[in-house]
Design a protein. Structure first.
Lengths: 284, 313
């Protein structure tokens, strides 16, 4: 009898194991399939999208489709614009957030708590509320179709300050700061020589979050960047997708080549990416 | 920095009682300097626009000529516009369809990943998360080719194996919503899986072992151990994803393309269309203000429920 019981238990275990793997593999399949599909369409002529059965293996139109992309949008220019904007904003956010975070974590000043709570509250306001006046300000500044219109408002981040303040508070003992002050270090020197080397992990996390957000941002660039020469890659892709003659091979080719650099970087640093992008969420 | 350079020389010159700046004042001055970039840029590009929105909401303006004060007329105009109500309805329906199943599946996937003897854990983690590094525009374009109206479209083809007749994803009331919701689902399910997984990994294994010894089955383990201990994380994810999906914009805009069909228009898309397609900045501002209050009310309800759930345990 014991034996029989063990047998049913083993069978039950095997069954649940199969079920678990089935769930996980179908999850992985559904997650990865669109990437594969992107590649298949990007390497096939337009008509295969409507063929029965649909194309499931890559074709030989890899180069032709991409050349079509190049003749429709300024692909490399748009990638470069995205790169410029994301890099500029990321460096600025890292610098200004850590500087402000250092002030909130380690310096004494009047109104500190009120100002910090104010920053937290601003994180709750939906960005669409000020959208139209922001657009008017940019118009007044003459920054329509100017990358400055994306970079300057993005230079500071409430979340960045919050994130840096928490990290600096935990990572750097007050005694260290006090000792440096006694040695005659200026506040900025303390920040530059002591704080920064100790918060590099926080830089990396905030950097990834910021870079990804800016790279993928769409609404604001769509409204501001009217001239094609300043389009970011997201706006350019949308233009490609909205062309009157829909060449799916071309559209997917543009989408594929715009997506693949990030995917490769993600695959190389996957652990770091996943930790960074989810850590920001869990902590707050 | 230059501000307190002279101060230091004064300190060094050995007249500590006469220095005009104490350590506290130096602290304060430096601090104000360091936080000022945020407050300057934020005031110009966020705080001022927010207040100006409320002003604009009371004006009639096409963006070029002069403004004309019209009181609450803009609000009346949009509240009488059936499209506006449609956009609110659409937003909530899509938000519900995109988030609830997503969080449920994320929970299942995380639970499966968390079971002890699973191989290829890292492969699964990476695959689940990969959609999240794709831009929303790219997701919407790719899903646009999966959810095509024709019967040869991939999703329709798969459905035909289940004897479901082809659906016009681009025009059908529910088809559009399902297509848009599935984009949200795809891009975020892995992200939430990883968050749940992190939460589950912090639950000590001894709890499960003890429950097993007491004869608890899998279902009981989930309802009495995993769910209660994961509650803060679950509340957090519900909170973030519902607020996020009230602001849906890119998915419907790219998927609808030039048509902007009303079946798929969301609150933010309505606002965008009023302002940047119809050049009606007054009504667009009124829509923005309404959207703001809807989000506030929704957030408050969310917080109340969360608190209630949190206290009941």
């Amino acid at each position: 009898m014991d034996n029989a019981q063990q047998k049913t238990k083993a069978r039950k275990n095997l069954f649940s194991k199969i079920l678990t793997y089935l769930l996980l593999f179908s999850g992985a399949f559904l997650s990865l399939f669109p990437f594969y599909w992107m590649f298949v369409i990007a390497t096939n002529p337009n008509h295969v999208v409507n063929r029965l059965p649909p194309a499931m293996i890559p074709g030989d139109h890899l180069v032709i489709n991409f050349l079509n992309v190049l003749s429709n949008i300024n692909f490399f220019g748009a990638m470069f614009n995205s790169f410029i904007v994301s890099t500029a904003i990321t460096f600025s956010v890292l610098f200004l957030s850590s500087l402000a975070g250092y002030a909130f974590a380690k310096l004494k000043f009047k109104g500190k708590n009120v100002l910090f709570v104010f920053i937290l509250v601003t994180m709750m306001i939906p960005p669409q509320l000020g959208l139209i006046p922001s657009y008017l300000i940019i118009t007044k500044l003459g920054w329509i179709s100017d990358l400055r219109a994306i970079i300057v408002p993005g230079m500071v981040s409430a979340f960045g300050i919050f994130w840096m303040r928490q990290y600096i508070k935990e990572a750097i003992p007050d005694e260290l700061i006090e000792a440096a002050k006694i040695d005659g270090c200026s506040r900025f020197r303390i920040y530059w020589m002591i704080v920064i080397p100790l918060i590099l992990p926080a830089f990396a996390t905030l950097g990834i979050i910021t870079y990804m957000n800016v790279w993928n941002d769409f609404m604001w660039p769509l409204i501001i960047l009217k001239d094609e020469s300043v389009h970011t890659i997201q706006v350019a892709l949308r233009l490609l997708n909205d062309a009157y003659v829909r060449d799916y091979g071309m559209i997917m080719s543009g989408t594929f080549w715009a997506t693949i650099p990030l995917v490769i970087i993600f695959l190389i640093f996957n652990k770091f990416f996943i930790d960074s992008l989810t850590k920001g969420a869990v902590k707050s | 920095m230059a501000d307190y350079q002279p101060v230091r020389t004064k300190v060094k010159s050995g007249k500590p009682k006469k220095r005009f700046m104490s350590e506290e004042r130096k602290d304060a001055l430096a601090a104000y300097l360091y936080i000022s970039p945020f407050f300057i840029i934020f005031s110009v590009f966020s705080i001022f626009p927010i207040f100006f929105s409320f002003y604009l909401g009371l004006q009639r303006w096409n963006g070029l000529g002069s403004m004309e004060y019209v009181g609450l007329r803009n609000f009346r105009l949009i509240y009488e516009d059936p499209m506006f109500w449609k956009s609110i309805y659409n937003t909530f329906v899509i938000a519900l369809m995109g988030t609830l199943p997503q969080l449920f599946v994320a929970f299942l996937l995380a639970f499966a990943l968390n079971s002890t003897l699973i191989k290829f854990k890292n492969f699964f983690r990476i695959s689940f998360f990969m959609p999240n590094v794709t831009s929303i525009v790219a997701v919407a374009i790719v899903f646009g080719t999966l959810f095509t109206n024709s019967e040869t479209g991939l999703v329709n083809l798969v459905l035909s194996y289940f004897n479901i007749s082809p659906i016009n994803w681009g025009t059908n009331e529910w088809g559009l919503k399902v297509a848009i919701a599935s984009m949200v689902f795809w891009r975020w399910v892995g992200y939430n899986t990883i968050i749940y997984l992190a939460g589950m990994q912090s639950i000590p294994n001894e709890l499960y072992e003890a429950a097993k010894i007491d004869g608890a089955n899998l279902r009981q383990q989930i309802t009495y151990i995993t769910l209660p201990l994961l509650k803060p994380v679950i509340i957090f994810t519900v909170f973030v994803s519902t607020i996020g999906s009230l602001q849906l914009f890119t998915e419907p805009l790219v998927f609808l393309g030039r048509t902007m069909r009303e079946e798929g228009i969301t609150m933010v898309l309505y606002l965008y269309r009023e302002a940047f397609v119809n050049n009606a900045f007054g009504t667009a501002s009124a829509a923005a203000i309404t959207l703001f209050f809807i989000i506030i009310v929704f957030t408050t309800i969310n917080l109340l429920i969360a608190n209630r759930l949190g206290n009941s345990k």
